[in-house]
Design a protein around this ligand. Structure first.
Ligand code: UTP
Length: 296
């Protein structure tokens, strides 16, 4: 398989779990410390060598377009004020070699439908899909970089998975692996199912929001009927893909935060602040002090 050049960011969901914050502000613009979720996802794609970022948006998502556009007035003011570091940080959001494209999903018909909206821009080549509300912290190479390499070596689609407690499998897409993981922590799939009941789940390996997909998926998405929750599910199209091609699941090395949920977002903020070069010392002392007070 050729190198992965394009990434699709489905950002057209309603973010109902985070209301009222997400009524007028896209969920993907919620910050973790000082960066919006979508910027972390774009940075992960850039690290994986991707140059074309395709955002599938809806009517409340204008701030995402503005975030990745240049803001002449702001840059001018920062320059005049001699705030070089801030100017650099604003300019570095999108490096010069990276292009952004926007396509609208007119109705929130599901993740599968959102990915299908990017078909004409992606064309006939393998591509990545990143769900920005799954924020992944990696110690070394990012999850997507490893997955892009695996997909190229195996000329196949690769989805990211992690183990979850049995009580939570009904919230996720779950894979049915052929057998145990190989030396690259990767499983071959014989099935995949969206939000199964705990007793029907084929494994406790749940799909996380990172995918490398072959373009065959578009043909299958176009034929996919509404599934779980009345939505066109990407999981169902991947299940159909298995009849044509091998599909793999990579158990990535990193920590995933479900930032579409309030608790997951809080955890991400605390842990990213504890790692943040500017904040970590004062934040550690603050937490320490807070816990000491709580105990008293
Ligand atoms: P979620 O299941 O998290 O849905 O979608 P949501 O609407 O964003 O959030 P909740 O559950 O109501 O709180 C998974 C991903 O798919 C995108 C979302 O933006 C999110 O990144 N998506 C979902 C779309 O782009 N379009 C859709 O029709 C549905």
């Amino acid at each position: 398989m050729m190198n992965i050049r394009k990434a699709v960011f489905p950002v057209a969901g309603m973010g109902t779990r985070f209301l009222p914050a997400t009524k007028a502000c896209p969920k993907e613009m919620l910050p973790v410390v000082d960066k919006p979720l979508i910027q972390y996802a774009v940075e992960e794609a850039i690290e994986a060598g991707i140059t074309d970022m395709i955002f599938v948006t809806s009517w409340t998502k204008r701030p995402i377009e503005d975030h990745f556009d240049s803001n002449f007035e702001l840059e001018y003011k920062l320059e005049q004020a001699g705030k070089k570091e801030l100017l650099e940080c604003v300019r570095a959001i999108i490096p010069d070699h990276v292009n952004c494209f926007y396509v609208r999903q007119k109705e929130a018909l599901g993740l599968g439908h959102a990915v299908l909206c990017a078909r004409d821009i992606v064309g006939d080549e393998p591509f990545a899909v990143l769900l920005a509300d799954d924020l992944i912290y990696s110690h070394q190479e990012s999850a997507l970089t490893t997955m892009a390499q695996l997909a190229s070596q195996r000329s196949s689609s690769v989805v990211a998975v992690e183990t979850v407690p049995e009580s939570q499998v009904s919230q996720y897409g779950v894979i049915d692996p052929v057998n145990g993981p190989d030396e690259e922590q990767t499983y071959q799939l014989k099935g995949i199912v969206e939000k199964p009941k705990a007793e029907d789940a084929p494994s406790n390996l749940s799909v996380v929001g990172r995918y490398i997909l072959t373009p065959k998926i578009f043909e299958l998405l176009a034929q996919t009927q509404k599934g779980r929750g009345g939505e066109i599910q990407l999981t169902d199209a991947i299940a159909a893909l298995l009849a044509h091609e091998s599909v793999f699941a990579h158990q990535f090395d990193g920590i995933r935060y479900d930032c579409g949920s309030k608790l997951g977002h809080m955890k991400a903020n605390v842990e990213f602040a504890m790692r943040h070069p500017e904040l970590k010392e004062t934040f550690h002392s603050y937490l320490h002090e807070l816990l000491r007070q709580v105990k008293v």
